[in-house]
Design a protein around this ligand. Sequence first.
Ligand SMILES: NC(=O)C1=CN([C@@H]2O[C@H](COP(=O)(O)OP(=O)(O)OC[C@H]3O[C@@H](n4cnc5c(N)ncnc54)[C@H](O)[C@@H]3O)[C@@H](O)[C@H]2O)C=CC1
Ligand SMILES: O=C(CO)COP(=O)(O)O
Length: 323
Amino acid sequence: SLLADSHSEVVVWSRNAAEVDDINQSHMNRRFFKEVVLSPNLKATLSMEEAIREAEAIILAAPSAAMRGVCAALRPLLTPVQLAESLIVHVAKGFEAETMKRMTTVIAEELPEYDANKLVVLSGPSHAEEVILQCPTTVVVASGNVAAAEAAQDLFINAYFRVYTNPDVIGVEVGGALKNIIGLGAGLIEGLNFGDNAKAALMTRGLAEITRLGVKMGANPLTFAGLAGIGDLVVTCTSKHSRNWRAGYMLGQGKALSEVLDSMGMVVEGVKTTKSAHKLAEQYEVSMPITEALFQVLFAGKAPIEAVSDLMGRVKTHEIEEV
Ligand SMILES: NC(=O)C1=CN([C@@H]2O[C@H](COP(=O)(O)OP(=O)(O)OC[C@H]3O[C@@H](n4cnc5c(N)ncnc54)[C@H](O)[C@@H]3O)[C@@H](O)[C@H]2O)C=CC1
Ligand SMILES: O=C(CO)COP(=O)(O)O
């Protein structure tokens, strides 16, 4: 919808025939956005081949768990011209669960003929429910190739959607993935009725552990002070639109994880990301107490209230690591 506001031909590929019909016939996507009328520039198709035919830019917007499969299906459809010239941008916020790989790694593995350095990740505080209403939004695009990042900036930027560039692909991807864990925690705190001090504590200390792991993985620490770090963390921990926050809230109210996920009907990336980050923390020997607490609640049956009590009772320490 955002791209169709500034570009004449935008085609969405979907597996869902009802959704495709709704977009093409009524210019609506009522499964997700009840009352929004979409631009007539936006078309939908059930055929991936048709969606990417002659595409100058390809946006990969599937959940992280689906990214490898989507790219495998895309690979035989890309023409030599597209492999050499088309921009590929992904917007997924998670890791591949089994391998803990970042999305640009997964995409590069599945599209070996495409120059991996040209891949772009777009991230930042950007709930779709607000972007589609043209509410002012800012994001960051990162690529190992400056020209590719700038091309993505030019592709997306418009009067209500401001796009910054950043060369730090690792930081932007890690920030976008890990903020969902803290979003789950913020919802959980609210579900337990623990108030605003606890929420602020979670966000602040959450950013500390996101930064700690991100830097060990090779990120620039300053990226976490930006839109893909604190920016997305704030929106995920405070917005009514966040699926991760909502899932955490229900957990805090005592619902079981399976019941919560069944009721969402949309991806809650933070659940699988908690498992991946838990493994990454071990691999990189980084302390991530909030992630550990969430892991215990989600996968080891620990009561949320007990997890918070454990966090508060940890051995006393300095705030700034170097001290
Ligand atoms: N919703 C939002 O505001 C934002 C979402 N993101 C990220 O974008 C990614 C997708 O999220 P949403 O669209 O919100 O999730 P969603 O759960 O609302 O929609 C996911 C869509 O992908 C489709 N899908 C799932 N598996 C698929 C597969 N194997 N092949 C093809 N299609 C498949 C589903 O049918 C559905 O239409 C996530 O990584 C999310 O973190 C990033 C920025 C904002
Ligand atoms: O990443 C998002 C907004 O920037 C969407 O967050 P949720 O997946 O928690 O809804």
